[in-house]
Design a protein around this ligand. Structure first.
Ligand SMILES: [Zn+2]
Length: 148
């Protein structure tokens, strides 16, 4: 087992004690998830701003983001605290059900965070492609009418 703790210079004053100790109410709680490789102590300390997020794996970063989202932080704040793209934080919060319905893609059963016009990035690209094809078809029809 490797000890992953290194002292971390604080970039900005982060509110401490935001997240209560995981397993505080249950001293027998397991602080390590073998299946998903999650060190819950590292997650908790990162959420509270006294552990370097660069030392976390993706699963731990995701859980930290969800904890911070549940504590009321918005994507931008979580993004800068964890040094993870805001869009990815949004996806994590969306899959955890922490975003309001208007922030979720309006296509049926999509579930991804909406990036514009009520759609997620891939559905928005599809919509734009369809619109472009429709414009080109209309233009061709117009050209044929002029030529006739
Ligand atoms: Zn979508």
């Amino acid at each position: 087992m490797t000890v992953r703790h290194t002292p971390m210079p604080m970039k900005a004053a982060a509110p401490r004690g935001l997240i209560t100790r995981i397993g505080a109410t249950n001293p027998d709680a397991d602080t390590y998830d073998d299946d998903r490789d999650i060190d819950w102590i590292a997650v908790e300390r990162t959420a509270n701003g006294d552990y370097n997020p660069a030392l976390l794996n993706q699963a731990e970063l995701r859980e930290t983001a969800i904890l911070l989202g549940r504590a009321g932080l918005r994507e931008r704040a979580i993004s800068s605290r964890l040094s993870v793209y805001e869009r990815r934080i949004g996806e994590w919060l969306a899959t955890a059900g922490l975003l309001p319905p208007e922030r979720i893609c309006s296509r049926d059963n999509c579930g991804h965070v909406s990036t514009g016009r009520g759609l997620c990035n891939s559905h928005l690209q599809l919509k734009r492609k369809h619109e472009k094809r429709a414009r080109e078809a209309a233009q061709q029809t117009q050209n044929l009418e002029v030529a006739a």
